[in-house]
Design a binder for this molecule. Structure first.
Ligand code: FES
Length: 108
């Protein structure tokens, strides 16, 4: 059994050279909102959910992106409602949110 039931990584990479990066698409807000929701829902901690910052995950074209392990489910999100749905459906009830999944061929 893994230490966390779900471990979520949000790309917070910021590029200054004009190339696309997740921080151009409100990734910081998504990360902060997810962390707050996981805490307020009582999901945070060992045996529960951990939300971490990450650098570039090399799937920038779909940004902003986040990935949930151990399932390896990749998401792209637009706003806090999307994050709420991921927390409620996937992290709380174990049902990944198909409508927010990143297409398998999206890369950098
Ligand atoms: S900048 Fe976010 S995946 Fe590359």
């Amino acid at each position: 059994m893994s230490y966390y039931k779900h471990h979520v990584f949000f790309c917070l990479n910021q590029r200054e050279n004009g190339e696309a990066s997740c921080m151009q698409h409100a990734a910081q807000d998504g990360f902060a909102h997810c962390k707050a929701r996981v805490k307020s829902e009582g999901l945070a901690g060992p045996g529960g959910v951990r939300v971490n910052k990450a650098g570039c995950l090399d799937r920038c074209a779909g940004g902003p992106v986040a990935v949930v392990y151990p399932e390896g489910v990749w998401y792209t999100y637009v706003d806090q409602h999307d994050i709420d749905e991921i927390v409620e459906s996937h992290l709380k009830n174990g049902r990944p949110v198909e409508r927010l999944m990143l297409a398998p061929d999206v890369g950098r």
